[in-house]
Design a protein around this ligand. Structure first.
Ligand SMILES: [Zn+2]
Length: 416
């Protein structure tokens, strides 16, 4: 018998692997930070002697959820202002409040709050962009989560840099200090084409290529942004980003709500990770991203919550739910984004969007043990049908809530 550290047993294992394997009475064996086996409980129980065995009867065992776009310290600005469109919300409220109140302590405390909320809801990886990003990295590391942390730069003064040059230097030092960490990937995040210059994107892209880290940015969030870009630069924000080098290395682009067919082709050609944020895009009246088209076009597409000031939570179950429902509502086609695809946006597809699919996103031997155990059959999700193994996707996407998450592991370590 082989020895493992942990055996999660008697759960419905939804692997999210390429073949779509589901084991209704399934188990996952974990050694150290890695998954060593996934399969029927009977098989794994005779093959492995585990130091710890956790009974997952009545639960689904799924890959930890991936939040592909957030500004986690903004949990401290949650509920501050609502019912405004993006430019008024951002320039009229967020930037002035941030310039007055955002400091390292704010960022650290806000990140702790968001990490606790995300872990509670089954999220194991997030992509962030904010200021004093070393404090986001420090709090995320302490929480045990996996994160891509982007130090924000723009042409305007920010809470942590009086000029772009200062911001760039901050980002360089931050990347230098955290580079090589096992769970935290430090990077730079040019805010958006409308707050940046050609030079900012070019220098940020060069820094990302030097360290092999993904560039994080916002693109084509609103129709107005696209119109202004066409007027001032004669191209869409996505084509502009390509022109200034943002796609030369790995890139994660939030929103892309108003991506054109030409944009979608560019995003695919350059393997850009795309992260629509359904709740935030709805609340700020930015629009509804063409998620179905993104999946059809084989883009690296995930889902994000965006910051808690425009959502107002960090609940990936809500985003999955919306990603399944919105495309049906606007297309009149109930098969537009089926439950399995919606769950993939926060797991296997989401891992591709954040360029970490070699490590996370599915429950398979060799991948990191980033796992969420979700209780099924509670008052709001009972009963549970077994007419087909696929029914599980439907239970998870339409029935389950973040509060149903019972256990969460990152790198084989229980965070919940
Ligand atoms: Zn954002």
């Amino acid at each position: 018998m082989e020895t493992v550290d942990l055996l999660l047993i008697h759960g419905a294992v939804v692997t999210m692997d390429a073949a779509g394997h589901i084991f209704l009475d399934g188990a996952v064996a974990v050694r150290g930070s890695e998954i060593v086996a996934v399969g029927p409980s009977g098989d794994l129980a005779v093959r492995f002697a585990a130091r710890e065995t956790v009974d997952c009867q009545g639960c689904a065992i799924i890959p930890g959820l991936i939040n592909a776009h957030a500004h986690v310290p903004m949990s401290l600005l949650r509920g501050l202002v609502a019912d405004q469109q993006l430019d008024v919300w951002l320039f009229g409220y967020m930037f002035p409040v941030e310039s007055r109140f955002v400091d390292p302590e704010f960022v650290f405390t806000g990140t702790q709050l968001s990490c606790a909320e995300m872990i509670r809801g089954g999220t194991t990886t997030f992509v962030d962009m904010y200021y004093f990003e070393e404090e986001v990295a420090r709090a995320a590391d302490m929480s045990g989560m996996r994160a891509i942390c982007g130090q924000t730069v723009m042409r305007l003064p920010t809470p942590d840099a009086a000029s772009f040059d200062e911001g760039l230097e901050r980002a360089r030092v931050f990347i230098e200090q955290w580079h090589g960490h096992e769970r935290i990937i430090p990077t730079i995040a040019p805010h958006a084409p409308y707050t940046c210059t050609d030079a900012i994107y070019r220098e940020a892209a060069a820094l990302c290529r030097r360290y092999g880290v993904p560039l994080v940015t916002h693109l084509s969030e609103t129709e107005r942004e696209v119109e202004e870009s066409r007027r001032e630069r004669e191209v869409t924000p996505i084509r502009y980003a390509k022109r200034v080098g943002a796609f030369d290395g790995k890139c994660i682009a939030a929103h892309c709500v108003h991506a054109t067919e030409d944009d979608i082709r560019l995003l695919r050609e350059h393997h850009v990770g795309v992260a629509p944020c359904p709740s935030s895009n709805l609340k700020l009246a930015s629009g509804i991203a063409p998620i179905r088209r993104f999946i059809e076009a084989n883009l690296r597409v995930g889902l994000g919550t965006d910051g808690p000031a425009s959502n107002d939570d960090q609940d990936m179950f809500t985003e999955i739910h919306l990603a399944a429902l919105l495309p049906k509502g606007i297309s009149g086609d109930p098969t537009a984004v089926p439950a399995r695809d919606a769950l993939a946006l926060a797991t296997s597809l989401g891992a591709r969007a954040v360029h970490l699919d070699h490590l996370i996103g599915s429950l398979e031997p060799g991948k990191r043990a980033d796992i969420a155990v979700v209780a099924l059959g509670r008052l709001h999700s009972a009963p549970r049908y077994h007419y087909a193994p696929d029914a599980l996707y439907s239970h998870l996407v339409y029935g389950a809530r973040s509060a149903d998450v019972r256990d969460v592991l990152v790198d084989g370590r229980f965070l919940l």
